[in-house]
Design a protein around this ligand. Structure first.
Ligand code: DGY
Length: 429
């Protein structure tokens, strides 16, 4: 396919997956609105339909809970092709049936991007309308995922990290007692090869965590206090820190001085907290199980998001460039979701090794922002070549480039349109 045909296919995927203002990640496997999927999708729509890009994010915020949380899935209609659906979650926090936890908060960053890319000034009004929602969501994260105020955010479920079966969660997940789940039937493995998905033992625990949270009525303070899974995640923490910096720019632009002061306090707190995730022996920021007090022992693609978060001190920079080059020598396509030198690495199993386009986009942005165009471009070229050769898959093998998981995937199409496509590079030049 030519580049022009790929651009057209990417646009068609977004249009095909559009459900009338919000977009499903892919039909069948993920038939609802997912939080961070939708926000990345907005970037793709923005390349050809600004209004539709805003609508995507506005519809996501329609599902915001009264306490400020923006759920990871909005179940606008029942779809038997997905499990676990709304009745399993048993939530009642907002206007739209939803899951009970959140997902990486990329919205403030993308909203800032949309505002800055629009010279008509119309986007500013839409950003202003969403600003209080963003503040409420960010406050919620700090109150209930960092209850001690240490500046690092925990996830209460592997799905809250967006990186479901990452080896980082293994030990904490094994410590979750399997209970209150009854018999259940997975649907994901009827859409996708089970070898590319989490194991049944993982699902037993995913559901046990949900059962424990249901027991406390999804009350966020009780969840933070009692949830059997509570792991500080460099992915969510760095994405959130980046989002806080972008929210601050929006606050200043919109003249929200009191909010801007509050956000500056958050940034200081998070910059301090990030240090707790640093492990000298690994020369990287890694996850920390808040229940056992143990750090994990592997480097994930999220470790590279330190730069995206604006944490580019010399030690971090030197270490990340070293890891980048080592991993680059080891696999054909960057960036594997888990260190290929780690024993738990699996090149085709979801988040245990495969490459994800939107993670590459964020890592590259971090490198570009510190002036390392070479590493940023390597990530872009690898992403482009994976898509050119293997289509708009959910994720890809870092070794062979084979596409895996769901097909005609919305955020892969969106990332192609907004960043990876050579058309985009030409426009930016
Ligand atoms: C799933 O169902 O696999 C999703 O990733 C949960 O968010």
């Amino acid at each position: 396919m030519s580049i022009a045909e790929l651009d057209q296919t990417a646009r068609s995927i977004l249009i095909e997956n559009d459900q009338g203002g919000y977009t499903v990640p892919t039909k069948g496997l993920y038939p609802y609105q997912w939080n961070w999927d939708s926000v990345f999708v907005a970037l793709g729509f923005a390349t050809f339909d600004q209004d539709r890009a805003w609508r995507e994010i506005e519809m996501l915020f329609e599902g915001q809970w009264h306490d400020g949380m923006v759920p990871h899935i909005l179940f606008r209609k029942d779809d038997p092709s997905y499990f676990p659906g709304p009745s399993v979650w048993g939530t009642s926090g907002g206007q739209i049936p939803s899951s009970g936890h959140s997902q990486p908060p990329v919205a403030a960053t993308v909203i800032r991007d949309l505002v800055e890319a629009d010279t008509s000034g119309r986007s500013e009004d839409r950003a202003a309308a969403l600003f209080p929602n963003l503040m409420a969501w960010h406050r919620w994260f700090l109150a209930y995922r960092d209850p001690e105020g240490e500046g690092l955010l925990a996830v209460i479920h592997p799905w809250e990290s967006g990186r479901d079966n990452l080896p980082d969660w293994d030990d904490a997940l094994r410590a979750v007692e399997v209970k209150d789940i009854g018999p259940y039937e997975r649907k994901d493995t009827s859409h996708v090869d089970p070898a590319m998905r989490p194991h049944k033992e993982d699902y037993d625990r995913y559901l046990s965590i949900m059962a424990a949270c249901r027991k406390v009525g999804w009350d966020p303070a009780e969840v933070a206090r009692t949830c059997p899974f509570f792991v500080a995640d460099p992915g969510v923490t760095f994405i959130f820190l980046r989002a806080c910096r972008d929210l601050l720019v929006l606050a200043e632009r919109l003249g929200k001085d009191t909010d801007a002061d509050e956000i500056r306090g958050w940034i200081t707190r998070l910059e301090r907290g990030a240090k707790i995730l640093w492990q000298d022996n690994l020369q990287a920021h890694v996850a920390l199980d808040r229940r056992s007090g143990k750090h994990t022992n592997g480097i994930s693609s999220a470790s590279f998001l330190a730069l995206y978060a604006g944490l580019a001190d010399q030690q971090t920079l030197t270490a990340l460039c070293g890891h980048f080059d080592r991993i680059s020598d080891k696999v054909r396509y960057l960036m594997p979701s888990y260190d290929p030198d780690h024993e738990s690495y699996e090149p085709l199993r979801y988040w245990r090794g495969p490459v994800w386009a939107m993670i590459n986009y964020m890592i590259a942005r971090g490198f570009a922002e510190i002036g390392d165009g070479v590493r940023a471009d390597k990530l872009r070229r690898d992403t482009a070549s994976l898509i050119e050769t293997n289509g708009f898959a959910e994720y890809f093998s870092p070794e062979t480039g084979a596409g895996a998981g769901g097909g005609t995937f919305s955020w892969t199409a969106a990332i192609w349109l907004t960043w990876a496509s050579p058309t985009r590079v030409k426009q930016a030049a």
